[in-house]
Design a protein around this ligand. Structure first.
Ligand code: R1P
Ligand code: URA
Length: 253
């Protein structure tokens, strides 16, 4: 007999709204859910906290996936098993280009698959690309909300900071931002036939630049707990939900 809940994230196997926003932080899931009508926490197991509710009449799911792609990919797979077909990751990231300010949004066109898990699932040459309609929906939502935003290729990397091994191969390749889970979502989405994309609030520069030479295993001066980031999160939450609505209404372009 099929169990009612999924094995790892313990999410409902049926009945979740098929349009979803996923975030790393369980507290951010609550922040996004607070914008919904009739928001309800429907499950919370490990780092996977799930809410449902309604955004301007569209039923949505909001779920957290924790830090790191190996754990996140388990949620993405279980969301796909539960019938979710459209997923936007609303995360935080370090900027990798001059001119991108703290609290700005970065809309991902694709991601470098340095995530530490998808290489174990399929060959590394397979691309991690966002659905074009998700990119356009996020861009339109950001533009209409008047939020500063940038577009480009994101570096998804398993290690938050490089410690003793320099990992600077992508520094001069024009990447826009660095984070830890997006490529795992994009690859899962391609394999499972989902529409997926990502929008990230900039919370500083690439953590590589903050590594303390004397203490290379610490996160250095990384500080995502600032007012400018919190304001970016508030704006990004609206942009994510609005982009889902545009996608549902076929108005992404
Ligand atoms: O804020 P979230 O969505 O967790 O995203 C970023 O923040 C975490 C690192 O602090 C990593 O999960 C990274 O991807
Ligand atoms: O994953 C992350 C998030 C913010 N800043 C970084 O450098 N990396």
């Amino acid at each position: 007999m099929t169990q009612e809940l999924s094995p790892i994230a313990r999410i409902r196997r049926t009945g979740l709204p098929p349009y979803a926003v996923v975030v790393g932080d369980p507290a951010r899931a609550a922040t996004v859910a607070a914008l919904l009508e009739g928001a309800e926490e429907v499950s919370y197991h490990r780092e996977y906290r799930v809410f449902t509710g309604s955004w301007k009449g569209l039923p949505v799911t909001v779920a957290s996936h924790g830090v790191g792609a190996p754990g996140a990919v388990l949620l993405f797979q279980e969301l796909a098993d539960a019938g979710i077909h459209t997923v936007l990751r609303f995360g935080t990231a370090g900027a990798m280009r001059p001119g991108i300010g703290d609290g700005d949004l970065v809309i991902a066109e694709a991601a470098v698959r340095d995530d530490g898990v998808t290489q174990q699932l399929l060959p590394p040459e397979y691309p991690a690309v966002a659905a074009p309609e998700a990119v356009f929906a996020l861009q339109r939502a950001a533009r209409e909300a008047g939020v500063p935003h940038h577009r480009g290729i994101v570096w998804t990397r398993a290690a938050f900071q490089p410690a003793l091994i320099p990992l600077d191969a992508y520094d001069r390749a024009g990447l826009v931002a660095i984070e830890m889970e997006l490529s795992a979502l994009l690859v899962t989405a391609s394999l499972r036939g989902l529409v997926a994309g990502g929008v990230l609030v900039v919370d500083g520069v690439n953590a590589d630049e903050l590594v303390d030479e004397a203490s290379p295993f610490s996160a250095g001066a990384y500080d995502p707990h600032r007012e400018v980031v919190a304001r970016g999160v508030e704006r990004g939450a609206v942009v994510s939900l609005e982009a889902l609505r545009l996608l549902a209404e076929g108005q992404a372009g």
